[in-house]
Design a binder for this molecule. Structure first.
Ligand SMILES: [Zn+2]
Length: 155
């Protein structure tokens, strides 16, 4: 980062860290030993060595990436899950097929079925609340009817 005249900003360098100034104007975050001024990565005499180490690092990263368990079912293949009992049954059947086909590993299958359990509880609760609202409305209707047409007692 330079000013209008193309000069690097004057920064107070921390002598415990590499003197290299990054593009954002901050000092490199690598600590340096006593008597050293730059880190391995920014030592002009070790450029080739650092480049080779960066390449090895990228290679290791690519290998680890390739060795990771493959991601779950791609989004476009994942089923829509309707928020009702029928939707949950369909999703569970899909999950069982995906496990058998090897599209889901044990961990992913566990997460799927825990998610379906949660959805099931929510769907049940939603249904019970709807029934409760209906029952309260029916009770209020009965109470109103009883007020309008009170039954005579003692007959
Ligand atoms: Zn550095």
């Amino acid at each position: 980062m330079t000013d209008d005249n193309g000069n690097l900003p004057v920064v107070a360098l921390d002598p415990e860290y590499c003197r290299f100034i990054k593009e954002d104007g901050r000092q490199c975050g690598q600590r340096v030993g006593a008597g050293e001024t730059v880190c391995f990565w920014h030592d002009p005499e070790r450029t080739e060595e650092a480049q080779a180490a960066r390449e090895r690092g990228r290679e290791v990263y690519r290998e680890r990436l390739a060795a990771r368990p493959r991601p779950c079912v791609p989004g476009e293949k994942a089923p829509e899950i309707a928020p009702d009992l029928e939707g949950l049954v369909q999703a569970a059947a899909w999950g069982v097929r995906a496990i058998i086909a090897g599209d889901l590993d044990a961990k992913q299958a566990g997460a799927l079925f825990r998610g379906l359990d949660t959805l099931h509880r929510l769907v049940e609760r939603q249904s019970l609340e709807a029934e409760l609202i209906e029952a309260r409305a029916a009770l209020n209707d009965l109470k109103r009817a009883a007020e309008i047409h009170p039954r005579r007692r003692g007959r």
